[in-house]
Design a protein around this ligand. Structure first.
Ligand code: DGI
Length: 148
């Protein structure tokens, strides 16, 4: 089953949106297999956002993501990467549709409350960056026969 890395960013944690965001993915039918509240060290933030190094917003992005706790998660399901990107909405909340997480709860591109891997390849890379194998829990979700 496909996996993805999702993270409620420091603004989402401070705004008490963890439960709301987790609830949306649960109700969709996705399966949570790993989660932790953590403060990201600068070195991990730089690896995670390596593709943006050199861009004008890079330094602010690294300071923002390390500024307070995040809620890091691994979810699995069929096409979970594409599905969760759709549920998150566009990167800039001004373009994110109502009904999406960013569209419903955020106003500004650098405070867009959630991160989600944008391809199965980046999902594998990001899951491995944030989680050890022994932090991921494989289990049968009995309700799956009513979902798939
Ligand atoms: O995968 P996404 O988070 O949707 O988007 P991304 O990987 O292109 O960018 C990572 C984060 O960097 C994004 O969630 C918010 C921030 N960002 C992206 N583009 C801009 C930006 N921040 C500012 N201030 N300006 C930008 O143009």
């Amino acid at each position: 089953m496909e996996k993805t890395f999702l993270m409620v960013k420091p603004d989402g944690v401070q705004r008490q949106l963890i439960g709301e965001i987790v609830g949306r993915f649960e109700r969709k039918g996705l399966q949570l297999i790993g989660a932790k509240l953590m403060t990201i060290p600068v070195s991990l933030a730089e690896q995670h956002y390596g593709e943006h190094k050199g861009k004008p917003f890079y330094d602010d992005l690294v300071s923002f993501i390390t500024s307070g706790p995040v809620f890091a998660m691994v979810w699995q399901g069929e096409n979970v990467v594409e599905l969760t990107r759709k549920m998150m909405g566009k990167t800039n909340p001004k373009d994110a549709e109502p009904g999406t997480i960013r569209g419903d709860y955020s106003m500004f591109v650098s405070k867009n409350i959630i991160h989600g891997s944008d391809s199965p390849e980046s999902a594998n890379r990001e899951v491995a960056l944030f989680f050890n194998e022994n932090e991921l829990v494989e289990y049968d979700k009995l309700i799956n026969s009513w979902i798939y």
